[in-house]
Design a protein around this ligand. Structure first.
Ligand code: ATP
Ligand code: MG
Length: 569
């Protein structure tokens, strides 16, 4: 490709709304342009990178017998009504009507469509398992589209779905896909972690996210520094407490006045106790009404864990309106002793003695509270969010580290959620009808490319990992209108093309400085700079984008060496 013919509208300035470096650099390098909020046009340089990601995905999915399909993005409402997601999905689902007034949506995901195909076409256990995938545009009307194509409303996703005769077989494919995903992200040159993720009420550890570590990530990842346990923070397990021998004399329950002392900090200071001796009672609401969660004062309650422990459909902290409806509940002074609401407690509470809780009246707390004697707990469980340096739940002496991550992939065992609702059944080897078990697996194509930039950039621009680079080499003549330089560039270009190396020749008449700046910004791994002085001495300059190191190489011999030099970049 010749730069003069290629549409790469580079910019000096970043867009005003760009918060993260990948968004800034993708716009500045002329890869993308915004059409509307969260909706982007992908320009030639951007598309070359996305195609690289897609190709890597295809190769790895095909390797595990995935078969590519291409499903419609417009989906009839009836399928979503059948799966019960038409109402449940809420405002993220872009709903549309055709000229006859029939309802459709623009697919945010394709479980319904794929299940509909499979239930119609697959009848016997002999046809199972099957793994189908596609790379296609999705639409989600995100509340806060941002970070360029990292959180768009319209975006490219690789989504895959597998169908099985039983759970065990589903797990087998799940592990194969997990391995394929690791290969994909490794080949993309990313530093990532496979982390345990929330699998909702289905339970088990059958959902994992692939998180690219980056400060700009929207997720928090907890991982052990000693073993390979890693989890999304909303799931990261805390180690159960080791039971301590109770003190020989337990305190009596005593009500104390704590005027105006509502927060843990205030109460702890007032009573001269450590925060972990104060127990927080958090008032929550779910579909069945009000409930409470107990955690130690120095811990934070984790609503995802709480929801999974109870197995409810939704859960949220009580708001002003709820407190207004319940004048008997005094914010800051609620406690589990004598409270007529279900109590769920973090397992750390079971190891406490002589602790403090609210006394369910204004300006009063109880001291000397004992679990056995004073509380009626529905269920104990792991209900708190872990912190850095907490003990690892899986190994002996490991400690948690917490970092931010970008979720680039998500794999999930769905069980029979969709196949039951949509009656995707098959005949098993005994001739009996059974319901298929499903898995689903997604990767954000654009988000993966953006995440690669988050991890690989410097003050001059993008530094592409080699497998994602839009071009491997850029030839930069100091002056392309000079015959001998032009000849050398053209020869080099032709030879590299022959060798199958994607090469860009900057044949523009711009100043050298401009061309070098653009090359740096675009992040092409190898720059070959051809100038009159060097060339007359039989040399060209090769600059490695990643290290910014330049070396002179003999020309034309260097042509033979370029594939080798590239291998190490
Ligand atoms: P998030 O929590 O970031 O919204 P999600 O859990 O909704 O992601 P999935 O439904 O699992 O995402 O989608 C699979 C993959 O698609 C994600 O891992 C991510 O890489 C990508 N993805 C999801 N939403 C977007 C978006 N708005 N823009 C770009 N990529 C996205
Ligand atoms: Mg989402």
């Amino acid at each position: 490709m010749h730069s003069s013919k290629l549409f790469i509208p580079t910019l000096k300035e970043s867009p005003a709304d760009a918060e993260v470096i990948s968004h800034k650099l993708m716009v500045r390098a002329g890869m993308i342009r915004q059409l509307a909020s969260g909706i982007y046009s992908i320009l030639p340089l951007g598309l070359r990178v996305l195609r690289k990601v897609e190709q890597i995905i295809r190769e790895e999915m095909n390797q595990i017998d995935g078969q590519e399909v291409f499903l419609p993005s417009i989906q009839p409402a009836e399928l979503w009504v059948e799966s019960k997601r038409w109402d449940f999905y809420g405002k993220e689902l872009l709903r549309i009507k055709d000229r006859h007034g029939r309802e459709f949506c623009y697919g945010p995901t394709h479980e319904e469509v794929i299940t509909d195909i499979v239930r119609k076409e697959i009848k016997s256990y002999r046809q199972l398992p099957i793994l189908l995938y596609q790379i296609q545009t999705k639409f989600r009307d995100e509340v806060r589209p941002r970070f360029g194509i990292m959180r768009g409303r319209e975006f490219m996703m690789k989504d895959a779905y597998s169908f099985h005769a039983d759970e065990k077989d589903t797990q087998h494919t799940y592990h194969q896909v997990a391995k394929a995903y690791s290969n994909i992200f490794e080949r993309c040159g990313l530093k990532f972690k496979q982390v345990q993720a929330d699998s909702g009420t289905i339970g088990g550890s059958f959902s994992h996210e692939f998180a690219v570590l980056a400060d700009s990530g929207e997720d928090e990842i907890g991982f052990c520094v000693s073993c390979d346990y890693a989890s999304n923070l909303e799931m990261a397990e805390s180690k159960p407490p080791s039971p301590l021998a109770p003190p020989s004399i337990l305190q009596d329950l005593k009500e104390v006045e704590t005027p105006g002392k509502k927060s843990v900090k205030e109460v702890a200071e007032f009573l001269n106790l450590p925060a972990q001796q104060i127990v927080k009672t958090i008032l929550l609401e779910n579909e069945n009404g009000l409930i409470t969660g107990l955690v130690r004062g120095d811990h934070e309650i984790n609503l995802v864990k709480m929801k999974n422990l109870i197995g409810c459909e939704w859960l949220q902290p009580a708001d002003e309106k709820t407190f207004a409806k319940h004048p008997e509940l005094h914010r800051g002074y609620i406690g589990p002793v004598g409270l007529d609401l279900p109590v769920y407690a973090d397992h750390e509470i079971s190891a406490l003695h002589d602790f403090v809780t609210g006394a369910n009246k204004p300006s009063a707390h109880f001291t000397g509270v004992q679990v056995q004697r004073d509380l009626k707990v529905e269920k104990f469980g792991d209900l708190r969010t872990i912190r850095a340096n907490d003990s690892c739940p899986r190994c002996e002496n490991g400690k948690y580290q917490v970092k931010r991550g970008i979720e680039v992939g998500h794999i999930f065992i769905l069980g029979t959620k969709y196949s039951s609702a949509m009656k995707a059944v098959f005949t098993d080897h005994n001739g009996k009808e059974d319901t298929m078990v499903m898995g689903c697996y997604g990767i954000g194509v654009g988000r993966t490319a953006a995440a690669a930039i988050e991890q690989n950039n410097d003050e001059r621009g993008i530094v592409w990992p080699r497998n994602l680079a839009p071009f491997q080499v850029i030839i930069i003549p100091v002056n392309y209108s000079k015959d001998d330089l032009k000849d050398a560039c053209d020869t080099l270009y032709a030879r590299l093309q022959e060798a199958g190396i994607e090469t860009l020749l900057d044949d523009r008449s711009d100043r050298l400085g401009v061309k070098l700046k653009d090359a740096d910004l675009m992040g092409i791994p190898m720059q070959i700079i051809i100038g009159p002085k060097n060339l007359s001495a039989g040399q060209v300059e090769i600059k490695v984008r990643k290290t910014n190191e330049s070396n002179l190489h003999p020309y034309p011999q260097v042509i033979e060496d370029i594939p080798n030099i590239l291998k190490d970049l």
